[in-house]
Write a protein that binds this ligand. Structure first.
Ligand code: ARG
Length: 457
């Protein structure tokens, strides 16, 4: 086997070196992007009279034919040709003869690989935006059903104040909305085109970088050739966005796991999304949200891996950079899997409104409202807080909830209490009263749903 770069060498490559340095087993994922980039490049070489029309036509036909074979799974890539770029070039030369060797005029694998990754990540960014929207749709649908379903809201995982379940779900809608915004914004930088930077310094050929950038749908060429071949910020950014997104997925998963437990019994995941235990027949395990929560580690790991890889690399290309790909591919696959499961799992989950309601009536989460009641009647809030603290303590000692006390008992603590206190303490009233902008009041939640839908259209 002759290497494409074999001229300078007198000995064959050590077998272990060949295997160790090769990236074909993972970068073959970039085959179609590589061909797409090559077609844009060769058309530009023709337009700039660097290659003649016959050469350009033959090279393009050869590339199209390889593209077909790749799509049909009819090519075998080999470790001898190290990576996807040289494998395809070798296939091209086999296909159309030595004229195939003209394709690499005025470029290098360094600008080529960077271009391939920009193309790949752009495609995947659009696909992920779609998948995030799928999850958001499930959240809005469930929220619409459950505006008036009330459950305890928590701080410190202690029951705090009752909230609408729709409101709770919509909190996640907005997290995913920001993820989507970050993905969209990252396209601005993904759309810089490295092609034509060549190995590091540009090329003596009279190439037209704007033409290839346009042909590939990029906004503009990188203005600096050294930066073009060594920049991996766009991947770092993707991994950062992904880390934030998987954090959101993990937090939501954690809540689903808690809510599905015997202790909460707020939701039940559909059988189709749960698994059983091989020893305990009664069990229905939330494996999917547990795995979603667990996937966080690998994505954070890929982010840390790439940050560490790039730190201290001198300009421009270094072979270290070949290590940028597997983490990126794995992150894309992990997120695609997670989002594809999350959407139908949320849509099919059963919400146990009755359980949630009884949780709310069996707690002290309406205590703030009694304090507000006294404050409205003129008692400074801080003093009201003190009074209610005593009432709560008294109730706990008497094994009662706040709605179970009599008016006489209330009056023992403050003469300001009247019979209307009981209406104020009703959980529905407690939720409805929080009608400040973005609050959990039902009217606000309805408004929020409208706003969420506008963001989806
Ligand atoms: N497989 C290489 C990578 O992914 C392509 C670029 C190789 N460039 C070089 N000068 N060896 O990084």
């Amino acid at each position: 086997m002759t290497k494409l770069w074999g001229g300078r060498f007198t000995k064959p490559t050590n077998q272990l070196v060949e295997e160790y340095t090769s990236s074909i087993h993972f970068d073959q994922k970039l085959a179609l992007q590589d061909i797409q980039g090559s077609i844009a490049h060769v058309e530009m070489l023709g337009a700039c009279d660097i290659l003649d029309n016959i050469e350009v036509t033959r090279i393009k036909e050869g590339l199209r034919s390889i593209e077909e074979k790749v799509k049909n799974g009819d090519v075998t890539f080999s470790v001898e040709h190290e990576d996807i770029h040289m494998n395809i070039e070798k296939l091209l030369i086999e296909e159309i003869g030595s004229v195939g060797g003209k394709l690499h005029t005025g470029r290098s694998r360094n600008d080529q690989v960077a271009t391939d990754m920009h193309l790949y990540l752009r495609e995947k960014t659009y696909a992920l935006i779609e998948l995030v929207e799928g999850v958001q749709r499930s959240l809005v649908d469930q929220a619409e059903e459950h505006v008036k379903t009330i459950l305890p809201g928590y701080t410190h995982l202690q029951r705090a104040q009752p909230v609408s379940f729709g409101h709770h779900l919509l909190a996640y809608f907005w997290m995913f909305e920001r993820d989507k915004e970050r993905l969209r914004d990252s396209l601005k930088r993904i759309n810089w085109c490295p092609l034509g930077a060549a190995a590091l310094a540009g090329t003596p050929y009279p190439i037209d970088r704007k033409m290839t950038a346009d042909a590939l749908g990029f906004d503009h060429p990188y203005p600096n050739s050294l930066d073009a071949v060594s920049d991996r910020d766009f991947i770092l950014e993707f991994l950062s966005i992904s880390s934030i997104m998987i954090t959101h997925i993990s937090r939501l998963s954690e809540e689903l796991i808690l809510w599905g437990s015997q202790e909460f019994q707020f939701v039940e995941l559909d059988d189709a999304f749960c698994t059983g235990s091989s020893i305990m027949p009664q069990k229905k395990n939330p494996d999917v949200p547990e795995l979603l929560r667990g996937k966080t580690g690998r994505i954070y790991g890929h982010l840390m891996g790439l940050l560490t890889l790039l730190k201290g690399l001198p300009l421009a290309y270094n072979k270290d950079m070949q290590e940028d790909k597997e983490g990126m591919f794995d992150t894309v696959d992990t997120l695609e899997g997670a989002l594809s499961l999350l959407a139908p799992m949320l849509a099919s989950m059963e919400v146990k409104a009755g359980q949630m309601k009884s949780a709310v009536t069996e707690d002290y989460s309406n205590a703030t409202d009694i304090a507000d009641y006294l404050a409205v009647k003129g008692l400074p809030f801080r003093e009201a807080h003190e009074v209610i603290g005593k009432i709560v303590l008294y109730s706990i000692q008497k094994e009662k909830y706040l709605l179970d006390l009599s008016l006489e008992e209330y009056k023992e603590f403050s003469p300001l209490f009247e019979a209307d206190i009981f209406e104020k303490l009703n959980p529905n009233q407690v939720v409805a009263a929080r009608n400040s902008e973005g609050g959990t009041g039902f009217a606000q939640v309805e408004k929020q749903i409208q706003l969420a839908k506008e963001h989806l259209s």
